[in-house]
Structure formats: structure tokens, C-alpha cells
Design a protein around this ligand. Structure first.
Ligand code: IVH
Length: 687
């Protein structure tokens, strides 16, 4: 390296260090030392240097927060220590019972225990793995055992340190855990933007945070307002601290944002008081919380208490009651579902509840309206719990003025004008006593059915959303779901947001999906009560559509997991001539039911696996054969071009090497799932 180069390298290093330091001062410690303009100037100087001299680039540079090239799929990696969840308490008595269990568990002889009480952030958990002080990998919680690798996305979150301070005494490897969340203001701005550009809105800040973090293109994540609070650790070798609060404070001093509303080392009586304070502050907080997490502070006591199957005995989540609000019902309208059932929906005066604006709530059915005596014009109390659709808990009858109007179900379907019946379709199905439109050709039903049968779990045709389904029906292009298979470019082009190119793309997408597994075919038919699971059970048991159509009620009822109601619906469905005709039309349109997806043999084409350790229940040569059958290759050595390392029992140094090179490490279960997925009628590609 010549003198100029080394001076430039030194300048880049200095800029990075300074930028990292100011990041911590700004985000974690809330003590900025320089102006935003000064920060931007340094940032631009560094960016400029890195662009002109690519050899100076560094994956942990603050400039990398703008996102990297998109991924084809997320890799997965096991957590060193499972990310467990928490038990819940819903009232003071349950919290006191927890405290008693803790004291009994450690045999304190009635002595009090010291707790840390933290707001329970409503976001998603992530694990950050640091190696030699640099962020090396970030994982979502996944199923708690294996997480998805979201490193590039996490890098874009300004509040998460990419490197830890020079002078910090950080172990060689360190795992930090916390919650990625979106502020209410960030969420609202994001949704405003999406509304303006015609994109679907996120239901709440948690969904928005999860959706943003799970983007394959980290440049999209970079544009989303994500934040982070630290709340714990995974592996920390040779930890020499005594308490949870010391850990949090030390991590905070290294640059991890720590929620200032955490109360450290308090007695149970203060925990109760702090809960009330937090509940009071909750509506005004800049982010959503759904409770308070109470943790035994002493690490020694935590260890003594130990774990249950899926949660620690030393912590509990004390949930807040759902948020409620009152508003007026402006009108009650009726929606027609896929099977013709009419569902009344309340049109509400928009109101803010649980962090979102609500303007509609489902009323479920006529009985519900009668039971609660809900009328148009009523002042009602609504509740939103988690991401559940808001529900009406009750009517403020004292507020009635006399101008409220009772609701009656229309005698004619609001979509097609056909008559509405209330007869039960099958004897044992109480739900069937709903009001339904009797017209099998009802456009509203057809619109819903088109969306159902083209969904990912059914025919998996991308690009047919609500708007397009509406147009296909309104223009008479689709009169039965079987018509979807014969759509032509000249019919599609000219529809809203549909040029020649996208029309051709859609037609190709449709043609590519004509070979379906029996499970997908059955699910797509939209038989009442036949969801994905039941469709799979039926496909496994009968193997062909003819066998199922010929099966008797008793045969179907005898299958484990399928009860009388489901069996009755299935038999009734296949008895109807119009449904038999539909199945014929689907085959006429070229649909084929296949046992194996066409592309299976190619699915792992060119992919290289390395196995380390012992795989349960399968020999090495068998594993080799299965990989090769799917078009992949099994290699003995881990190199940069290895795609996956499968870590079995007692893995060897290959695991270390894979981690070092950043190769995706998967557990045997994931590996088997990968191979199995090739046979489930998926698109044949490994996700
Ligand atoms: S501690 C063993 N602390 O709640 C301790 N979790 O059901 C495990 N969460 O998946 C978690 N705020 O995503 C902890 N201050 C906090 C939290 C918190 C939110 C979430 C977290 C976890 C879930 C537990």
C-alpha cells in the first residue's frame, strides 16, 4: 500500500469510528455532541471515499445502513440458546402467585426478591451476534430454535450498533437480544405513504415492523422507520456480572438503546405500582406496549429457578387489558362471502384505539346483533386486542336518543339481488343457519372465490388481488373459477393497471401453475371447512379426486382429524351437480393433478451441501443420494461456495468454518423439511 492509500485508509477508519461513536451518543445515550449537519458531512465524506476506493469498503461501515443487493431467500441458522417465550399474567393475583412461586422456588424463607420491570414492547424479537466487536449476524426468533438470517436488514437500523466501542471489554463472541419495533408516528407516516401510492396498509405497528424486517431487499428495510430496545442476552462467555440490570446497563453503555421506562431492582410492591404507572402512560407513549415483563434480577437466582418447557420460571409477562374506545355506528352494511354467507359490518365514526384508526368492525351475524341489541346510530364500546379485527363489546344504551334504528338482514343479496335464505345446509352444522345468498353465480361470491383459489396455498397464481378479481367478474371475463385458466392477454390488457406486458406476465404465470397437487386442488375448491390441513389429510388418505368423490360419509367421518360436520360438507359438495361440473371444467381447462411437482428433480440443481456430525435416522450415503436425486451435490469441505452446512449431533470443525465464512447452517430437521418440501406439490424451488 503506498503512502496516499494508507492515509486514505486511515481517514476512512477514523471517520467510521467517529460516526459509530456519534451514533451511540445520539441513539442510545440521547446526548448528541455534534449537529445533524456535521454528522451528514462526515457521512458523505466517508461514502465518497468508499465509492472512489472500493478496496476501503467495510461491511460494518455506517454507510452500509442504506441496504444491500436483494436476496433470493432468507437463510436460517439455529440459535445457540433457544429463544423461549414468556408465561402471561393477566391480573394482580396472578402476578402475586408468580412472586410466591419464585420465593418458594429459591427457598428464600419468605425473604423478598428483587425484580426488574420492563415495558413489554409490541414488536419482534431479534438476536444480534457480535464477533470481535462487529455485528456478524442477526436472526429473527423464528420458531425459537432456528431463526431467519436478517443481517443485512438489521444493519439498516440506525439504532443498532454495527461495531462496539474500542475501549469496551467485549468477549470474542457475544449474543444480544432485544425488540425491533416501529413507533406510532413512523407507522402512521408509512401507512400514509402507502395509501397515497395505492399499496395495502399495515394493520398495526407490529405487523409493519415484522413486514419491514422480513424484506428480501434490505434497501426497502432501510427506508422503514425501525427502532430497537435491548432486553437480554444469548451466549456471553465468561460473564462476570451478577444481575440482569447490570447486563442491561453495560450493554447500554456500549451503545444499545435501553428503554428509560425500565425500573431496576425493585420489590414486588413497587412492581405493582409501576404496572399502574405504565398502564396510565401507555396511551401517550410514542410506541405500543402490550404489558410489562417482570424478571428476577439476580442471575444466580435465575439459574436456580431454571426453565419450564418453553419459558423461564424467573420471568413473567403481565399483560395490559385490551385498549377500548367509544364511537358511533354510522351504518350497518352487508358483505357477501365466498360461500354466500352474509356478514353484517358496522361502519364506524373513525376512532383511535390501540394505536390505529378504526372505521369498521364485523358484527359476525344476526344473532350477535340481536343478543347485544346493536342499532344504527348507537354509541358503542369497541376493543382492539393485538391484531384482531376490532370488536364491539357493548352498547351505551343510556346514550340513546330514540333516533337509533334496528337493523334487519336484507331479503335480497346486496350483490346480485337474488333471494336470501336462512335454511341450514346440513343438519349438524349450527353455523350454517346463517343468512346466505342462494345464487351460486352471485358475483360477490365469485369474487371471493377467485381470490381464494388463486391464493398461495391453492393454485398459487401471483398477481390476482381483490381489485383484479372484481374487474374480472364485473367485465364478465370470469363466470366460474375455471375461467381463470383460460384468460388471454387481449382480455386482460386494458384492465386497470394492466398493460400488455403485465397481462402477458399474468397469462404466463397462470399457464405455469396448471400442474397441481391434490391438496392444492382440493383447497382451491373452497369447500366449507376444508382448509389447508383438512385438504392435506384428504389428499393423503384418498390420493385421487375420484376416490374422494366416491367416498361415503362414513368413510370420510372415520378419518382422524375429520369430524361429522366436515364430512357432511364434503359429501354435500360433491353431490351437487354444479360442483361436479366445475371439476370437469377445471380439467377441461388443462388443470392436472400431479403427485410430484414437475421441477422437483431440478430443485437443488447446483446447490452444494456439507454435512457435519450425525444426522438422526439417516445414513450419510442415504443423505447423499437424496441430495443428488434433487439435483444437488454433497461435498466434504466447507468453502465460500458451499450453500448449506447441515449440523447434526456432535458437529465438528466444519461448523466453526461455516460460521466463520457466514455460510447458512441448518439443523437436520430443516434439511429434511427442505427435501420433503420437494414432494409436497410446491413449486419445486427450495425457499
Ligand atoms: S424477555 C426469557 N423482555 O415478548 C425472556 N421480552 O413472550 C424472553 N418482549 O419474544 C423475553 N419486550 O419479543 C423480554 N422487555 C422485554 C420484552 C420482551 C417485548 C417480547 C419478546 C418475546 C416475547 C415474550
Amino acid at each position: 500500500m503506498n503512502a496516499i492509500d494508507s492515509a486514505l485508509a486511515e481517514r476512512a477508519r477514523k471517520l467510521r469510528n467517529e460516526l459509530h461513536r456519534h451514533n451511540v451518543l445520539y441513539h442510545a445515550l440521547d446526548r448528541p455532541e455534534i449537529s445533524d449537519a456535521e454528522y451528514d458531512r462526515m457521512f458523505r465524506e466517508l461514502l465518497d471515499l468508499e465509492m472512489r476506493y472500493p478496496e476501503l469498503a467495510d461491511p460494518n461501515s455506517p454507510t452500509r445502513r442504506i441496504g444491500a443487493a436483494p436476496l433470493a431467500e432468507f437463510g436460517t441458522s439455529p440459535h445457540s440458546i433457544p429463544m423461549v417465550s414468556l408465561d402471561n399474567a393477566f391480573d394482580e393475583a396472578e402476578l402475586m402467585a408468580f412472586d410466591r412461586r419464585v420465593r418458594d422456588g429459591i427457598g428464600s424463607g419468605g425473604e423478598s426478591v428483587v425484580y426488574t420491570a420492563e415495558p413489554k414492547m409490541d414488536g419482534l424479537a431479534v438476536e444480534l451476534v457480535y464477533r470481535r466487536k462487529a455485528l456478524a449476524m442477526a436472526l429473527t426468533r423464528g420458531d425459537g430454535i432456528v431463526g431467519e438470517i436478517v443481517t443485512e436488514n438489521v444493519r439498516t437500523i440506525g439504532e443498532i450498533p454495527l461495531v462496539l466501542p474500542d475501549d469496551a471489554d467485549v468477549p470474542e463472541m457475544l449474543e444480544v437480544r432485544g425488540e425491533v419495533y416501529m413507533s406510532r408516528a413512523g407507522f402512521e407516516a408509512l401507512n400514509r405513504n402507502r395509501q397515497e401510492s395505492g399499496q395495502p396498509l399495515f394493520a398495526n405497528p407490529r405487523n409493519a415492523a415484522a413486514g419491514s424486517l422480513r424484506q428480501l431487499d434490505s434497501r426497502i428495510t432501510a427506508g422503514r422507520p425501525l427502532s430497537f430496545f435491548v432486553y437480554g442476552i444469548g451466549v456471553w462467555p465468561d460473564l462476570r456480572l451478577d444481575s440482569h440490570s447490570e447486563i442491561l446497563n453495560l450493554l447500554h453503555s456500549w451503545g444499545f438503546p435501553l428503554n428509560p421506562l425500565i425500573r431496576h431492582r425493585i420489590a414486588i410492591a413497587e412492581v405493582l405500582m409501576w404496572y399502574r404507572t405504565l398502564a396510565q402512560k401507555r396511551p401517550e407513549l410514542p410506541y405500543e406496549i402490550d404489558g410489562m415483563v417482570v424478571k428476577v434480577d439476580s442471575l444466580r437466582l435465575q439459574e436456580r429457578l431454571g426453565m419450564k418447557a418453553r419459558s423461564p420460571k424467573w420471568a413473567i409477562a403481565w399483560k395490559f387489558p385490551a385498549e377500548t374506545a367509544t364511537t358511533h355506528i354510522r351504518n350497518i352494511t352487508v358483505q357477501v362471502g365466498r360461500t354466500g354467507v352474509l356478514t353484517p359490518v358496522a361502519d364506524l365514526e373513525p376512532v383511535h384505539v390501540g394505536g390505529v384508526t378504526v372505521s369498521r368492525a364485523t358484527l359476525h351475524n344476526m344473532e350477535e346483533i340481536e343478543r347485544k341489541d346493536i342499532r344504527i346510530g348507537d354509541l358503542v364500546e369497541i376493543e382492539r386486542a393485538g391484531d384482531v379485527i376490532p370488536k364491539i363489546i357493548g352498547v351505551r344504551k343510556a346514550a340513546r336518543t330514540g333516533s337509533e334504528q334496528a337493523f334487519t338482514m336484507p331479503a335480497a343479496c346486496p350483490a346480485c339481488g337474488s333471494s336470501v335464505s336462512r335454511s341450514a345446509l346440513s343438519s349438524s352444522d349450527r353455523e350454517e343457519a346463517a343468512f346466505r345468498c342462494i345464487n351460486a353465480q352471485c358475483p360477490a361470491q365469485l369474487k371471493e372465490h377467485i381470490q381464494h383459489c388463486t391464493a398461495k396455498a391453492a393454485w398459487d397464481i401471483e398477481g390476482i388481488g381483490e381489485k383484479l378479481a372484481d374487474q374480472l367478474v364485473e367485465r364478465g371475463l370470469v363466470r366460474s373459477i375455471s375461467d381463470v385458466w383460460s384468460l388471454r392477454v387481449d382480455q386482460l390488457k386494458g384492465l386497470e393497471r394492466m398493460g400488455e406486458k403485465s397481462a402477458a406476465k399474468l397469462v404466463d404465470a397462470i399457464a405455469a401453475k396448471k400442474r397441481l397437487s391434490l391438496k392444492r386442488f382440493l383447497y382451491g375448491l373452497g369447500i366449507r371447512h376444508v382448509g389447508e390441513t383438512v385438504a392435506e389429510i384428504l389428499a393423503d388418505r384418498f390420493g385421487s379426486i375420484d376416490a374422494l368423490m366416491g367416498a361415503s360419509m362414513d368413510e370420510i367421518r372415520a378419518i382422524p382429524g375429520i369430524g361429522d360436520i366436515i364430512a357432511e360438507n364434503i359429501v354435500a359438495f360433491f353431490q351437487k351437480p354444479e360442483n361436479r361440473r366445475l371439476i370437469e371444467r377445471l380439467f377441461d381447462a388443462g388443470v392436472q393433478i400431479v403427485a410430484q411437482p414437475a421441477a422437483a428433480a431440478e430443485a437443488l440443481a447446483g446447490k452444494t451441501f456439507v454435512i457435519t456430525g450425525v444426522l438422526p435416522g439417516i445414513s450419510r450415503s442415504e443423505a447423499k443420494k437424496r441430495i443428488e436425486d434433487a439435483g444437488g451435490r454433497l461435498s466434504e469441505t466447507v468453502t465460500r461456495s458451499t450453500d448449506w452446512v447441515v449440523a447434526g449431533e456432535k458437529p465438528g470443525s466444519k461448523l466453526e468454518k461455516a460460521r466463520h465464512l457466514g455460510i447458512d447452517v441448518i439443523r437436520p430437521e430443516e434439511f429434511f423439511r427442505m427435501l420433503d418440501r420437494l414432494n409436497d406439490g410446491g413449486d419445486g424451488k427450495v425457499k
